[in-house]
Design a protein around this ligand. Structure first.
Ligand SMILES: Cc1cc2nc3c(=O)[nH]c(=O)nc-3n(C[C@H](O)[C@H](O)[C@H](O)COP(=O)(O)OP(=O)(O)OC[C@H]3O[C@@H](n4cnc5c(N)ncnc54)[C@H](O)[C@@H]3O)c2cc1C
Ligand code: FES
Length: 277
């Protein structure tokens, strides 16, 4: 049964509970969240939730994956709320409201080869799409995952990266780190340079990119250089958000609200929007 929500006020969160915490990297943890009534909601890949701690704050986070009874959030420690979440233990109550955002354009991706490009914690939303496509394998073409992080210790979701995803039929996984350690035998270098070196051809592909803004900027330039068309390039924007429901005006770009119309956009759509993003 779905948890009861305050029908009058969409800003009032449902009471959730952290049931599992996984250390991914020195500054990223994955939190499994449920409620007394089961999963808070059932999002599509790329959708988001607002998580809150009373007297601390509230923030928007991608749902990185889900089980029948829980949602998963991979959260990087950057400030007040995220530091408090990293201090939390299993059993801790959290506010949760959602789902928000448009999610990835699944229908447009069906039948296409998919090129996933992630950097650091930017793999969090992309992970939900990769796992969805693996579960609906017949509906999509070849899956090529390119992922990078600052160091081997900073690679998120290591079990999926090194074990599960390479076993997806008709798939390929390539990993790079900015700087390796004494055990690293893989590629060293930034994601955009690695992408150009691998040079996946654009024909029949949709590419999905998420990472730090500087990585996205250079990946988009690389893709255009490699003759990908703006319609083939999907990315997600990360702007400051407060309400998540199109009311506070924090996240608008021209006539679009990132919380309602995004955060997933094609480059063709972004090219129509004014200003910096
Ligand atoms: C659509 C969307 C999806 C997101 N998905 C994830 C996710 O899956 N995992 C994750 O770890 N984080 C995600 N974030 C970012 C997350 O919302 C912020 O890191 C978090 O709210 C910071 O809260 P804080 O109180 O810890 O930091 P604060 O104390 O508020 O700030 C600490 C630092 O982080 C910066 N910051 C805070 N919020 C943002 C933001 N929204 N964008 C850019 N910089 C910010 C501040 O400028 C400051 O430098 C997402 C944000 C958006 C908008
Ligand atoms: S976050 Fe309030 S309008 Fe988008």
């Amino acid at each position: 049964m779905a948890p009861e929500k305050d029908a009058q006020n969409p800003l009032v969160p449902t009471v959730g509970r952290i049931i599992k915490i996984i250390d991914e990297t020195p500054d990223v943890k994955t939190f499994h969240v449920t409620t007394d009534h089961g999963k808070p909601f059932t999002p599509m890949p790329g959708q988001l939730a607002m998580l809150s701690l009373p007297a601390v704050g509230e923030g928007m986070f991608s749902v990185t994956w889900q089980g029948p009874e829980h949602l998963e959030f991979a959260i990087k420690k950057v400030g007040v709320l995220t530091e408090a979440l990293h201090e939390a233990e299993e059993g801790q109550m959290v506010g949760v409201r959602g789902p928000y955002g448009n999610g990835f354009p699944i229908e447009m991706m069906k039948g296409k080869d998919l090129l996933f490009i992630g950097g650091g914690i930017g793999l969090a939303p992309v992970r939900s799409l990769i796992n969805y496509c693996a579960e609906h394998r017949d509906e999509f073409g070849h899956m090529w995952i390119i992922y990078g992080a600052r160091s081997p210790a900073d690679l998120c979701f290591k079990e999926e990266l090194f074990k599960n995803w390479p076993q997806i039929p008709n798939s390929r996984v390539d990993i790079t780190v900015d700087k390796g350690d004494e055990n690293w035998t893989g590629n060293e270098g930034f994601v955009p340079a690695f992408l150009e070196q691998l040079n996946p051809p654009p024909e029949g592909k949709v590419t999905i990119t998420c990472g730090p803004p500087i990585m996205i900027k250079f990946v988009l330039q690389s893709l255009e250089k490699m003759n990908y068309k703006p319609e083939q390039i999907v990315t997600t924007l990360e702007m400051r958000m407060k309400c998540g429901i199109g009311k506070c005006g924090r996240c608008n770009l021209g006539s679009k609200y990132v919380c309602l119309d995004g955060p997933v956009f094609t480059l063709a759509e972004l090219n129509q929007l004014p200003g910096e993003y």
